[in-house]
Design a protein around this ligand. Structure first.
Ligand SMILES: [Ca+2]
Ligand SMILES: [Ca+2]
Length: 259
């Protein structure tokens, strides 16, 4: 068995060297969907309804919570031949399932401004502390995207955040978001408290790096919890587990069984 493990180990080291550079975390992300009946909520639809979608967090049932700001601008001839537009808008408190589909909505509550989900308007600068990826240095920067700090659910496997795309910073304000676009983003990944079978480094993906870490644990130069690295359920961590992790990294159809 020792000789076999040496062979397996050599195989893994060679394969790791080959595939390590190509390995990367691959958390999947989807967008939270707009509400389908915004027209009914607004009572008007003139030239389309724009929806700002802001992710907030998770409820006790594990569904995603957030807000949608729906608005439509209606133009018309005013008295005396002048032209004016009327904007009809409403806030919706929305719940989405983990597929990003709307599963519940309440109109008009609690009338938040966009800062509720991390958007922050400080004077003429858009972004702020809740959007750490903003790199707009001056009020004259335009056409940039920021991401809010992700909020994880109780399992640490899902996170929601808001992306903010600013078209015109000067025109994008808390009261007029015509020149900004907010989108709720739901990611399926491993956060700090997430334990995934084979994902030794908890980065949300099983890669050759995890196989190498498991190999180190198997050879006594590292440690790894059984529920993460004993992927064949044998009760210990061996080079066989490392090989299986590597096989899974290359082909997710390979089955792993952690306790
Ligand atoms: Ca990993
Ligand atoms: Ca094992």
């Amino acid at each position: 068995m020792i000789a076999r493990d040496v062979v397996v180990e050599n195989l893994i080291v060679t394969a790791v060297a080959t595939f390590l550079a190509a390995s990367a975390a691959n958390a999947s992300t989807i967008q939270l969907q707009p509400v389908s009946d915004a027209f009914a909520r607004l009572g008007h639809s003139c030239g389309g309804i724009k929806q700002q979608i802001l992710g907030e967090g998770f409820d006790d049932a594990g569904n995603v919570t957030g807000y949608v700001f729906a608005a439509t601008r209606c133009g018309g001839s005013g008295k005396g031949g002048g032209y004016h537009t009327t904007t009809y808008s409403t806030w919706l408190a929305v719940t989405w399932d983990l597929g990003g589909n709307v599963v519940g909505e309440i109109t008009g509550t609690p009338d938040p401004d966009p800062s509720v989900a991390g958007a922050y308007h400080s004077g003429s600068l858009v972004g702020g502390a809740n959007y750490p990826t903003c790199d707009n240095a001056t009020e004259y920067d335009n056409a940039f995207t920021c991401l809010s700090v992700p909020v994880f659910d109780g399992t640490g496997a899902y996170s929601v955040q808001t992306s903010l795309y600013v078209v015109n910073q000067a025109a994008c304000t808390a009261s007029d978001t015509s020149y900004c676009t907010y989108r709720g983003i739901l990611a399926h990944e491993c956060g700090p408290s997430c334990v995934r079978c084979g994902d030794m480094d908890s980065d949300g993906a099983v890669t050759a790096s995890d196989a190498l870490a498991a190999l180190r644990a198997a050879t006594g130069t590292g440690t790894c919890a059984l529920q993460v690295c004993d992927v064949d359920g044998s009760g210990d961590v061996s080079a066989t587990d490392a090989l299986k992790i590597l096989e899974y990294a290359l082909d997710p159809a390979v089955s792993m069984t952690c306790q």
